[in-house]
Design a protein around this ligand. Structure first.
Ligand SMILES: Cc1cc2nc3c(=O)[nH]c(=O)nc-3n(C[C@H](O)[C@H](O)[C@H](O)COP(=O)(O)OP(=O)(O)OC[C@H]3O[C@@H](n4cnc5c(N)ncnc54)[C@H](O)[C@@H]3O)c2cc1C
Length: 551
């Protein structure tokens, strides 16, 4: 009945619907929480729209550590409810909701002391495993001796590491997962448009009746009518509450987190590594044939759309990792860097409208308006459900309960069967088995959409960049099915070439513009502008790295 494809035709139809129809729920913000709300609401049978000022996942939701986890550190704060909830979500994602996107990953917790530390950490990890309940998609933790560690993780310093405990969590390409939730919501009928910025609210007396927004592509103003509006604006929440003249029950502080990316050869370890630091933890996370290492945690007050790593951020990560690594990581090892902003919610104790929660907050500062902020990526589904439960009070009718716990994302159906058919698909389409696996892990059963492109034009089976697995067909598909509207959308979020390629994807930018230009109806000036603005983003993101290398 509905299509999940996000592309210029779909966007044009969405803009027309936004301007003319009334929605039950309008969502502001296309991060994981916003798309999660859209999916929750539309699958309850509601009429739903979502607008995002930049690209899907352009905010924090493309810049996380990419872990789907219970959060070991919450155990130390005795927040068992939160850990149990997150572990439940982790098990759902790995086993049924999106096994094509969320994959188990093993971590070593290195020990430097033989008895006390092992007992303490071991007890914590036993509890972490126990809190999963009876659904257990991931293996349990295991104690390892110093000798075993030397084999598994030769890069860990033998002179100080006495042993380790291995435990499992899961990882995801956050930007891709968020986009797949958006496509799933579209598949069920949600109307979506990116590059549409909400500027103000419309009201009837005190009741919020929708928003005034700008289509940033045409500059046109849109008035969107909705019985209830749900804002999921992450670190933009304070700014927008103020702009809308609302007094919310909470405020959002920003904390910056930076990650660096290094090649596989820089760290010899079969497992990921977690290190306790003075302020938090540092993860060394396997990422294809690279490692993602981070993160930092520092207060931030700059431009919300452009958090940048500083020289100090990068140095801190190197110093912390090098406490346990031999050989040490060097500045020259770093291929990429990215920074994100955590929306840290501080609840206003005096507020009567805020549902207090340790991690996330759902607030209703005006009739017809709900806002959601905080929490963690892993628990987006639960937060979305909470926000919709509150917003439907304004619909004044009985609305069904959330069904997202039982709802696989698009691409999940048939994924496990397709994994058994890699050889056949490779033969049928004359591509390598490694390429089929790469595609299955990014598209699941939607691999058929990529294979159709390759069938129509076999040259699309070529790699975009020789040493990264992305195909030209995936670039075209990003514009024809995944809502990419610029070179930046393709290289930063639909693929992760911006932090995986040694030149950040700059040499591929013209080809990307060429491939997506036709689908996007571009003239040559549009291509040039899109390439130039991508180059500007990269040069800003890498300034800290360059300064460090040159220092
Ligand atoms: C460094 C770091 C590491 C993290 N690691 C993890 C992890 O490993 N696991 C985990 O579970 N969680 C992690 N998190 C937390 C997680 O990433 C966030 O909680 C989550 O991504 C927040 O999503 P969101 O939708 O609330 O915000 P965002 O993704 O920021 O979305 C908000 C959206 O609102 C849009 N917007 C703003 N203003 C407007 C407007 N006027 N009109 C329309 N749209 C607008 C923005 O463009 C943006 O896309 C991490 C966070 C950081 C910073």
């Amino acid at each position: 009945m509905f299509t999940s494809a996000l592309n210029p035709e779909q966007r044009a139809a969405a803009l027309s619907a936004l301007a003319t129809e009334e929605f039950d729920i309008l969502v502001i913000g296309g991060g994981v929480n916003g798309v999660g709300v859209a999916l929750d609401a539309v699958t309850r049978g509601l009429k739903v729209a979502l607008v995002e000022s930049q690209d899907i996942a352009a905010g924090t939701s493309s810049r996380s550590s990419k872990l789907i986890h219970g959060g070991l550190r919450y155990l130390e704060q005795y927040d068992f409810k939160l850990v149990r909830e997150a572990l439940h979500e982790r098990e759902l994602m790995v086993s049924t909701q999106c096994p094509h996107l969320v994959k188990p990953v093993s971590f070593l917790y290195p020990l430097t002391e033989k008895v006390k530390e092992r007992t303490y950490v071991g007890a914590g990890l036993a509890l972490y495993d126990a809190l999963r309940g009876f659904k257990r998609a991931l293996p349990s933790h295991k104690h390892l001796t110093g000798k075993t560690i030397a084999n598994i993780s030769p890069s860990l310093r033998q002179d100080i590491i006495t042993g380790a405990i291995r435990y499992f969590d899961a990882q995801v390409d956050d930007a891709r997962h968020t986009m797949m939730i958006a496509r799933t919501a579209a598949r069920h009928g949600a109307v979506m448009a990116t590059n549409v910025r909400v500027d103000n609210l419309t009201r009837n007396g005190k009741k919020v009746t929708g928003v005034v927004a700008t289509d940033l592509k045409s500059g046109k103003t849109l008035t969107i009518a909705a019985k209830a509006t749900i804002m999921c604006a992450g670190v933009w929440s304070d700014e927008l509450h103020q702009q809308f003249g609302l007094t919310p029950g909470y405020s959002v502080a920003m904390s910056k987190g930076v990650h660096i990316v290094v090649p596989q050869s820089a760290i010899h370890s079969k497992d990921g590594i977690i290190l306790k630091t003075a302020v938090s933890v540092l993860f060394l996370i396997p990422w294809g044939d690279k490692w993602i290492v981070g993160t930092t945690d520092t207060p931030y007050e700059g431009d919300r759309a452009k958090p940048l790593a500083t020289q100090e951020d990068v140095q801190y990560i190197l110093d912390q990792a090098n406490r346990v690594l031999e050989p040490k990581l060097k500045t020259e090892d770093i291929i990429g860097v990215f920074a994100g902003l955590r929306p840290l919610v501080a609840n206003n104790a005096a507020s009567a409208t805020t549902k207090l929660s340790r991690e996330h907050t759902v607030d209703r500062p005006a009739p017809g308006f709900v806002s959601l902020a905080g929490g963690k990526y892993t628990t987006y589904r639960v937060m979305a459900k909470d926000a919709v439960d509150l917003a439907v009070l304004d619909l004044r009718r009985i609305v069904s309960d959330s069904v997202t716990e039982k709802l696989p994302l698009i691409g999940a159906d048939g994924y496990f069967a397709l994994q058994q058919q890699v050889l056949k698909i490779a033969d049928d389409y004359n591509i390598s088995e490694a390429t089929v696996t790469h595609l299955l892990d990014r598209y699941g059963s939607l691999i058929s959409e990529i294979l159709e492109i390759i069938t129509a034009d076999p040259s699309m089976a070529q790699r975009l960049i020789p040493d990264l697995p992305y195909l030209k067909a995936e670039v075209l598909h990003a514009a024809s099915h995944e809502g990419a509207l610029s070179v930046e959308d393709v290289l930063l979020r639909r693929t992760r070439i911006s932090f995986e390629a040694s030149d950040s994807g700059l040499s591929a930018a013209d080809t990307v513009a060429e491939i997506i230009g036709e689908t996007l109806g571009w003239k040559s000036a549009d291509r040039k502008n899109s390439v130039q603005s991508f180059a500007k983003v990269i040069s800003e993101e890498e300034s800290a790295l360059k300064a460090l290398v040159n220092s």
